[in-house]
Design a protein around this ligand. Structure first.
Ligand SMILES: C[S@@+](CC[C@H](N)C(=O)[O-])C[C@H]1O[C@@H](n2cnc3c(N)ncnc32)[C@H](O)[C@@H]1O
Length: 202
């Protein structure tokens, strides 16, 4: 297994290195993405495919009276996320669960915001997973997707070759899956680095 496969599912020692790298390496993109959403101070949030938990930490700062949950199917990601957010977990404001986005262990209509940073590339059946996000999102709530790769550049092919099971979606494919899942009012933003983020409303 190549080291880069740890982006799909971090495992073992290589996975531990990868989640630490992702926590710092994805920071600039995440900060750009956060500029496209409004977060209420008492929001209930899920970070899906949370990796090493750096974005959970940022979300907790943005909703000081709210709660942030994380889910990831990698044991290594969950362990790191719990470590990074140990104080908020102890304070009852954060919970990190091991599980798949294909079957979210949350009540329907329970979350104001679901975020997905650098993770939908690996989700099994995009529209089906988006339907699951739709189920747990409150009416009027937001689903936010942020990716470093927008499916339109030649570098995308290099990543797909390196990482088995990765699909890089372009804006139109993301919008189609959101629509199939029931979301509306989708908005796409891109920048000159090839980053893309999409917001959609339930
Ligand atoms: C490239 S990392 C991104 C992590 C983090 N969101 C970030 O921006 O740094 C992708 C993460 O999504 C998780 N992931 C991929 N498919 C998943 C699925 N079906 N259910 C839950 N987590 C998943 C992986 O385990 C990994 O931690």
């Amino acid at each position: 297994m190549s080291f880069f496969e740890n982006t799909r599912k971090p495992v073992g020692f290589g996975g531990k290195i990868m989640v630490a790298m992702m926590n710092s390496g994805h920071g600039a993109m995440a900060d750009w993405g956060f500029g496209h959403i409004t977060i209420a101070e008492d929001a209930s949030i899920l970070d899906a495919g949370c990796g090493g938990g750096a974005n959970i930490k940022k979300l907790l700062e943005k909703c000081p009276k709210g709660i942030v949950k994380g889910i990831d199917y990698s044991e290594v990601s969950v362990e790191k996320s719990r470590k990074v957010n140990a104080r908020a977990i102890a304070a009852g404001r954060c919970e990190v669960l091991q599980g798949s986005v294909a079957e979210l262990p949350f009540d329907e209509n329970s979350l104001d915001l679901v975020t997905a940073f650098e993770t939908i590339y690996f989700w099994p059946g995009l529209a089906d997973c988006f339907r699951e996000v739709y189920r747990v999102t409150k009416p009027g709530g937001t689903f936010f997707i942020c990716n470093e790769s927008n499916g339109e550049t030649t570098k995308d092919e290099k990543w797909v070759e390196k990482i088995g099971g990765m699909t890089i979606y372009n804006a139109s494919q993301i919008l189609t899956a959101l629509n199939q899942a029931g979301f509306s009012d989708a908005k796409v933003s891109k920048n000159n680095k090839g980053w893309i983020c999409v917001t959609a409303r339930k």
